[in-house]
Ligand binder design. Structure first.
Ligand SMILES: [Zn+2]
Length: 180
């Protein structure tokens, strides 16, 4: 079940097509020089305008901006983080680590923040996230399928699957593939 990049890109673009811009006041939830810098960089930026060159917005030196994003902004720019990490793994330079590290379940003091980010995604978006994780495990097995980051990937996959079960039970979503 190899996923090719074009297929992953189509799935990500379709899943996030109508995600609303969080608003200039909804990008960071805090005020300090770091958050101000992230706000200045991202303010008014539509993810769709960067889908063919995602690194220019979410890549270095702003690859850790997702740690400061509100759940709404994290969701909004997630497609760019996934596209950049999948297509330009080396150049993205740890972007995926910041991305996963801001979303995966944790016992630490950021537990509620991570959960709020995950809860912001729709079922279609969550499924695109699962495809992205499967793609990264397949392409970079030493990092994500067996390496030290595997634990984080597995716990995130489990959280997403649980979340998908909850939303499907509530009838917020048609079964996978129903629209095709
Ligand atoms: Zn701050």
């Amino acid at each position: 079940m190899a996923t090719d990049m074009a297929q992953l890109r189509r799935e990500i673009e379709a899943a996030f097509a109508s995600v609303p811009y969080p608003g200039d006041d909804g990008i960071v939830g805090h005020k300090c020089w770091e958050c101000d810098e992230v706000l200045a960089k991202y303010k008014g930026k539509r993810w769709q305008d960067y889908k063919d060159r995602p690194l220019t917005l979410v890549g270095p030196p702003y690859r850790d901006a997702c740690m400061l994003f509100t759940p709404q902004a994290f969701r909004y720019y997630a497609p760019l983080a996934m596209l950049a990490s999948a297509e330009s793994y080396q150049e993205a330079d740890m972007l995926i680590d910041y991305f996963l590290g801001s979303l995966a379940p944790t016992d630490g003091k950021h537990a509620a923040k991570h959960e709020a980010r995950l809860t912001a995604f729709t079922p279609a978006e969550l499924r695109a996230l699962l495809s992205f994780l499967a793609f990264m495990k397949e392409r970079h097995p030493l990092d994500y399928a067996t390496g030290p980051d595997n634990e984080e990937v597995v716990s995130l996959e489990k959280a997403i699957t649980t979340r998908l079960g909850v939303t499907e039970m509530r009838g917020e979503n048609a079964p996978p593939g129903a629209k095709e």
